[in-house]
Design a protein around this ligand. Structure first.
Ligand code: PLP
Length: 361
């Protein structure tokens, strides 16, 4: 069968990693084995397994690179950090996802790396910090401040400085951004979020380019996954591929809804500021009443699920400063909203009723 090339992302979502040969099942099987009879391609599932290939193929097709699945987004982040030599310099956003920031700050406190925290929206400051850097960590929009970085410019600066660049593409997904095509060396996903899309697995994935640096990084990540045991379970990988089939539809629907909600929230008297980058399904709002008001809104909604995480079919709401490890540049009254695929009017009725109810209580 010949296929038109290149395929659009929505088509990759449905077909990449799917068996097409006569007599094959339409979906790849769940491969539940830890070991393999000697003499073939695979030996032991911590090293490699056919359970991983279809999902890796699909994400690789979407991100236009070669993908390696790991047991969580943080396992993927750890594999990237492990490539930095002892004493190496890492440039990272001051408001990166708090888990990643915690990992980097710990490595810095232990003396393993030198960490330079920057405001990614200040290109000159990032360029200055890149001098002598080994790795630059980029996240755009940032979690949860929704700050947008000029990725092509920062990636060009990273390349000129000789630093390896990694882009956490969890928020935009490959439907809205493909950082390898902008010059990134590595793309990272918490596949727990949009890629899997149903809040039922914890999973990470790294994608590298096809140049010499990309191939070297892939080998280093594979070696790390093998030796550190950061392998996912076959069932999780299968569920993630199942979820990925609808990624384009989910992102399109949730993004349209998020734009409507962002605009209406901007008119609501209880909202001081809406942080919405203009696309995508994530947004944040600063409420006028601070931490207590924000917490009460979270428990007043009926549809919006008060829980951490994001990128599921269900809408989620959370005050981020409830975590002591959330950087203190995040306002106390900031609510992070992950918009799901429910009906927009139902979501608005639920959210605005919660805001109104708390405001008049
Ligand atoms: C932007 C971002 N990157 C990475 C991670 C870590 O991923 P995981 O929870 O799958 O380890 C998260 C988790 O919330 C995240 O939001």
């Amino acid at each position: 069968m010949t296929t038109p090339d290149p395929l659009a992302p929505a088509t990759h979502c449905v077909h990449a990693g799917r068996p097409h040969a006569p007599g094959e099942p339409v979906n790849p099987p769940v491969v539940l084995t830890s070991t393999f009879a000697h003499g073939g391609e695979h030996t032991y599932a911590r090293e490699s397994s056919p359970a991983f290939a279809p999902f890796e193929e699909a994400v690789g097709a979407l991100e236009e690179g070669r993908a390696l699945v790991l047991s969580s987004g943080m396992a993927a982040a750890s594999a990237v950090l492990a490539t930095v030599p002892a004493g190496g310099v890492v440039v990272a956003p001051r408001s990166a996802y708090m888990g990643v920031l915690g990992l980097l700050r710990e490595a810095s406190a232990d003396g393993r790396i030198a960490l330079r925290e920057v405001d990614l929206t200040d290109v000159a400051a990032v360029e200055e910090a890149l001098v002598g850097a080994d790795l630059v960590w980029l996240e755009s929009p940032g979690n949860p401040l929704m700050e947008v970085a000029d990725l092509p410019r920062l990636l060009a600066a990273a390349r000129a400085a000789g630093a390896t660049s990694v882009v956490d593409n969890t928020f935009p997904t490959p439907i809205l951004a493909r950082p390898l095509t902008m010059g990134a060396d590595v793309v990272l996903h918490s596949a727990t979020k949009y890629l899997a899309g149903h809040s039922d697995v914890v999973l990470g994935i790294l994608v590298t380019g096809d140049d010499e640096r990309g191939r070297g990084l892939y080998d280093a990540f594979h070696h790390h996954r093998h030796l550190h045991g950061a392998v996912p379970g076959p069932m999780e990988v299968w569920l993630a591929l199942r979820g990925l089939r609808t990624l384009a539809l989910r992102v399109e629907r949730a993004s349209t809804t998020a734009a409507v909600l962002a605009s209406r929230l901007g008119e609501h008297p209880a909202i001081e500021r809406v942080r919405y980058p203009g696309s995508g399904a994530m947004l944040a709002v600063d409420v006028r009443g601070g931490a207590e008001f924000a917490e009460r809104v979270c428990t007043a909604t009926r549809l919006w699920v008060h829980s951490t995480s994001l990128g599921g079919v269900e809408s989620q709401i959370e005050r981020r400063r409830r975590y002591p490890s959330e950087p203190d540049i995040v306002p106390e009254g900031l609510l992070r909203l992950s918009v799901g695929i429910e009906d927009v009017e139902d979501l608005w009725r639920d959210l605005s009723a919660a805001l109104d109810g708390v405001a008049t209580a």
